[in-house]
Design a protein around this ligand. Structure first.
Ligand SMILES: CC(C)(COP(=O)(O)OP(=O)(O)OC[C@H]1O[C@@H](n2cnc3c(N)ncnc32)[C@H](O)[C@@H]1OP(=O)(O)O)[C@@H](O)C(=O)NCCC(=O)NCCS
Length: 193
């Protein structure tokens, strides 16, 4: 069974290798733009400044198959999640998203921002299965799965029902603009750190 651990400096090279192996498309979804290799190494260094917010799944051969990072951005917290291409569809993304939800709840966060969430059907599906809400545009809130998987079996874990919202990063400024009246967006007010 896989578990997520907090990476230490001993994992630096494996963490860098995990991110460097992401394709351009994955880098775009994970970081919001196609990060260069140099930017990725700088990013991995920055992770250790606040290592308590990063979690990694380490395989028996020491390869890192998945990383989750909650980044405080001054006005809200960003969620970054990545699973190595060779390790997908094994439940690692779900495991890390569950961890993110538990950390958010422990810190009384109701909203996690995600870059390019509107373009990321896979992550939206994972969030909805865990009972999280998904917000990709003002006044557009998705709260349940709309498409059943091919085998018709929906695994609704329901763990975070209504308590955590994944919001597209583009909503951050609109949320701030109406923070005096969050009902305009029909969304819960995010808690800023
Ligand atoms: C999104 C991501 C984290 C999912 O990780 P994962 O370990 O494959 O996730 P899981 O194994 O827990 O779940 C995969 C599920 O998503 C579904 N899925 C995969 N791609 C999908 C897509 N394009 N549209 C809808 N569902 C999709 C799979 O069918 C699977 O569902 P199943 O359990 O019914 O088979 C991974 O694909 C990834 O790292 N992508 C690149 C970076 C990224 O997008 N990060 C998120 C934004 S920060």
């Amino acid at each position: 069974m896989r578990t997520a651990i907090r990476p230490t400096h001993l994992h630096f090279r494996d963490l860098a290798n995990h991110f460097l192996a992401l394709s351009s498309g994955d880098r775009f979804l994970r970081f919001g733009w196609v990060m260069t290799d140099v930017e990725i190494v700088a990013y991995v260094e920055s992770i250790f400044v606040s290592a308590d917010n990063a979690w990694a799944v380490v395989e028996p051969d020491r390869d890192i198959s998945g990383v989750m990072h909650l980044e405080s951005m001054g006005c809200g917290v960003n969620l970054g999640l990545s699973v190595s291409a060779w390790a997908r569809n094994l439940g690692i993304g779900t495991l890390l998203l569950q961890r993110a939800g538990l950390l958010a709840r422990a810190r009384a966060l109701t909203t996690l921002f995600v870059r390019n969430l509107r373009l990321n059907a896979a992550l939206q599906q994972l969030a909805l299965r865990l009972g999280m809400r998904v917000a990709c545009a003002p006044n557009a809130l998705t709260t349940s799965l709309e498409v059943a998987p091919a085998d018709g079996h929906i695994t609704q874990l329901d763990e975070f029902r209504g308590k955590i919202t994944l919001a597209d990063d583009s909503l951050r400024s609109e949320w701030n603009a109406v923070s005096g009246d969050p009902s305009l967006l029909d969304l819960p007010e995010p808690i800023f750190h």
